[in-house]
Each structure stands twice: as C-alpha cells, then as structure tokens.
Design a protein around this ligand. Structure first.
Ligand code: GTP
Ligand code: MG
Length: 196
C-alpha cells in the first residue's frame, strides 16, 4: 500500500466528537512509551504527524489521522502510566473503553507490546478484556532494534505460551521497529487486506 497523504483531523476525549464513522479505522494502544505514536509516524513516513516523547504519558487524547482521504489511523493514550492522577486514570479508562467498545467503524486495534519485556500483566489483562468485549485486535512487538533476533524469538515463544493458556489461538502477530522501519510493509498490507 502507498501512503500518499496523512493529515491530522481532531483530538478529543469524547466518542461523539470523533469524525463521522463512515471510513475504516485502525487504532493503536498499549502501555505508555511502548511506541504507538512513533509507529504511526513510521507507517505514514511522517516523523512529525503524531507527537512522541521519551517520557511516558505524552499522548493524552484520541487522535484521528486521515490517510489518503480514505481511512483513519487513531493514536490513543497509553495505559499503565503510574504518574497520572487517580482521577485522570479513571477518566482515561472511561473514554478509551467507550471508544473501543462503541466506535462502529473501528476494524482492528493494534495492541503494542515492548519486544524486550516478558508478558506484562496489564497487557494480558487488556487483551483478555478485548476478547470478552468482542474487540478484534492484533499484537505488535515494538522496538525490535533494541534486542537480538535470538532474544526476540525467545520472547515471542514465551508470549505465545502465555497467551495460549487463555486463548485457543493467537491473533495476528507483527514485529516492528520505528527506527529501522521494519514491519512497515506487513502492517500496511494487513490494513489493506481488511480495508477491502
Ligand atoms: P505515550 O503517548 O506516552 O503513551 O507513548 P507512545 O506509546 O506513543 O510512545 P512514543 O511513540 O512517544 O515513543 C516513546 C519513546 O520510545 C520515544 O523516545 C521513541 O523515540 C522511542 N521509540 C518508539 N519506537 C521505537 C522503536 O521502534 N525503536 C526505538 N529504538 N525506539 C523507539
Ligand atoms: Mg503517544
């Protein structure tokens, strides 16, 4: 797939204020700092589209980006950010849950997981929650430039084993690096495949 155009549309915390749900939509979620915004920039070949930061908690809102005037990529706030106040964490949970459960044009949610870490409780819980609520998702292991391919394969095997304790089969699994652009074609082709 060729990305000819990518533009920011709107940021908000309210499902009702999201763009009219008349185009296919794909969202990116995962723990704070896992690389959601960076992956959107990598996929669109635009380093400045989504705001990124070395410090967790950068993305705070639901951000819609319109691609080729045809479909949306959505950057979401991270979960598991301990510094957020209790109240803002609660609000966050509410509006993200509302978005994920009720956004009618949301075709797939990419759940980003740091490829360097063993399975994290919060990620497993989140994916189970998606399963219970019928939210279709794929897994993307990020930052693979930061570990050897042997370590990556080992971590993926551990993850697979952990997931298969609960799931009968795994959802689609991708690996990515926003610095080397590894994974770009596969993720875009996957979106292309769902788009039709
Ligand atoms: P929040 O919005 O805070 O939830 O974070 P996020 O998930 O959007 O992460 P973001 O894209 O802002 O990236 C966090 C940090 O990780 C930044 O310093 C990025 O440069 C770095 N980063 C993201 N992806 C990669 C990657 O694939 N490889 C490497 N080496 N660094 C990455
Ligand atoms: Mg972000």
């Amino acid at each position: 797939m060729i990305i000819k155009d990518a533009k920011f549309v709107i940021s908000n915390t309210d499902l009702d204020k999201c763009p009219t749900p008349d185009k296919a939509e794909y969202a990116f979620i995962g723990r704070s700092n896992v690389g959601k915004s960076s992956l959107i920039n990598m996929l669109t070949n635009n380093g400045k589209l989504a705001k990124t930061s070395g410090r967790p908690g950068k993305t705070q809102l639901i951000n819609h980006f319109l691609i080729n005037d045809e479909w949306y990529l959505v950057d979401l706030p991270g979960y598991g950010f301990a510094k957020a106040s209790k109240e803002s964490r609660f609000k966050w949970t509410q509006f993200i849950q509302d978005y994920l459960m009720n956004r009618e044009n949301l075709l797939n949610t990419f759940v980003l997981l740091d490829a360097r870490l063993p399975p994290q409780k919060i990620d497993l819980e989140f994916m189970n929650w998606c399963g219970h609520n019928g939210i279709s998702f794929s897994m993307v292991f990020t930052k693979i430039d930061k570990l050897s391919s042997t370590a990556l394969q080992k971590n993926l095997a551990v993850y697979r084993k952990e997931m298969l304790k609960v799931w009968e089969e795994l959802p689609p699994v991708f690996t990515s690096s926003s610095t080397s652009k590894f994974g770009r074609e596969k993720i875009l082709n996957y979106i292309d495949q769902i788009n039709v």
